[in-house]
Design a protein around this ligand. Structure first.
Ligand code: ADP
Ligand code: MG
Length: 383
């Protein structure tokens, strides 16, 4: 049987966190996200289409007057304590670098912050391609802003949280995760255009059409995940250089013949994936869910064959879901493990999840997690 991963009750989680601090300023939540389509397009100035999950990370904060930043998480044994003024890239290791990185980036942006105690508790599975890292960073950012009495606009917060992850935590992500966590809206997907960082909400209510989005966490994580992300990014940059364009967003299908075999496949993924995002938005506007499903499945094939970022576990989720009636399915997130999504008829969702779990068991793999995924609210104060 598949294991269901529930988001928990926001009010209860927030109350429990607040009780761990005297006089907390507040409790802030930021969601994980699932990218519907548009993978590895953010750093290519392309398009992507994430939704915010109901699963979030919660951060409670109180001020302290000694300039110290203290950070603890219900998901980690170790805590971090250090002078806020001494946090710089490279000075904090491990999970706390995501949180300390936010303080550094806000100060770099010119904001004055007090010392703080921060406690966090997350419901986004860690390392599953659902962006627990951005949920941690963005909930911490809202908490720190409240403690400092500052209220930057959301685009500035996106910029600061991106710097936190890339420059202090050392994960050079492209901005999809933070944008989704900070700007996601319930009942909507977020169309992000990374050419100019503009966003537009797109209604996403599969349940109105009798459909459900199944998110399956394979719980697999392959060791080349970090290196693989970086090398794909470098290959995309190399392809753009060879074509003489600032980014692969400016490349066209007919340009691709000028590249050698490997770079051609990498670039073909990006060029066709950007088009699939646009086509998905058009299909959603037309209520054509069959087409949305086809685009999901085509996206998976592109990531499996051209971009080569899938793995056996992700392929098994996709193949099993399609064999049992899914309209479409694809891996989501950076790849080499993590999660896959399937668009299924609501009444068959449990059956598809059980079939996937049975297929995992038949391979001798551990049970996958299944997450409910109605498009949910972006980062916000919850208490
Ligand atoms: P993903 O963002 O897909 O979940 P990442 O590798 O980018 O995967 O981020 C996972 C890392 O983020 C964890 O290894 C941990 O360092 C940190 N993290 C995420 N959520 C929490 C949390 N609730 N408490 C502490 N650290 C967390
Ligand atoms: Mg992450």
């Amino acid at each position: 049987m598949a294991e269901h991963v529930e988001p928990g009750d926001a009010r209860e989680i927030a109350a429990a966190l607040a009780a761990r601090l005297d006089e907390p300023v507040g409790v802030f939540a930021a969601p994980g996200r699932v990218n519907l389509i548009g993978e590895h397009t953010d750093y290519n100035a392309g398009l992507c289409l994430p939704i915010a999950l109901p699963h979030a990370t919660y951060a409670a904060v109180r001020r302290r007057d000694d300039g110290v930043l203290s950070v603890a998480s219900a998901q980690q044994d170790d805590r971090f304590e250090g002078l806020l003024a001494e946090v710089t890239p490279g000075s904090v290791e491990g999970w706390a670098s995501y949180v300390a990185g936010v303080a550094w980036a806000l100060r770099e942006a010119g904001h004055v912050l007090p010392g703080m105690d921060l406690v966090v508790d997350g419901r986004v599975p860690l390392g599953s391609g659902l962006s627990s890292s951005a949920a941690l960073i963005c909930s911490s950012a809202l908490a720190m802003c409240a403690a400092g009495g500052i209220d930057p606009d959301r685009p500035s917060l996106v910029a600061a949280t991106m710097r936190a992850e890339s420059e202090v935590a050392g994960a050079p992500t492209g901005g999809l995760d933070q944008t989704a966590a900070l700007l996601g809206e319930a009942g909507h997907a977020l169309l992000i255009d990374f050419r100019d960082h503009t966003t537009r909400t797109v209604p996403w209510q599969p349940d109105d059409a009798g459909l459900a989005l199944l998110v399956v966490d394979t719980r697999a994580s392959h060791s080349h995940a970090d290196g693989g992300y970086g090398s794909r990014r470098e290959e995309c940059e190399a392809a753009a250089r060879e074509l003489g364009v600032p980014s692969l967003r400016e490349a066209t299908a007919s340009d691709l013949d000028r590249l050698d075999e490997r770079l051609r496949r990498r670039a073909r993924h990006v060029v066709t994936e950007v088009q699939r995002v646009a086509d998905t938005v058009a299909a959603l506007g037309a209520g054509d869910w069959t087409r949305v499903g086809e685009l999901f499945t085509a996206s998976h094939a592109s990531m499996r064959d051209d971009f080569e970022i899938s793995c056996s576990e992700l392929d098994l989720v996709v193949d099993t879901a399609l064999a049992h009636g899914a309209l479409g399915a694809r891996m989501t997130g950076g790849g080499f493990g993590g999660s896959a999504i399937a668009l299924v008829r609501m009444e068959r969702a449990d059956e598809v999840a059980d079939r996937v779990a049975a297929a995992f068991a038949a391979h001798g793999w551990g049970a996958p997690g299944v997450l409910p995924a109605p498009a949910s609210a972006g980062a916000r104060q919850v208490r």
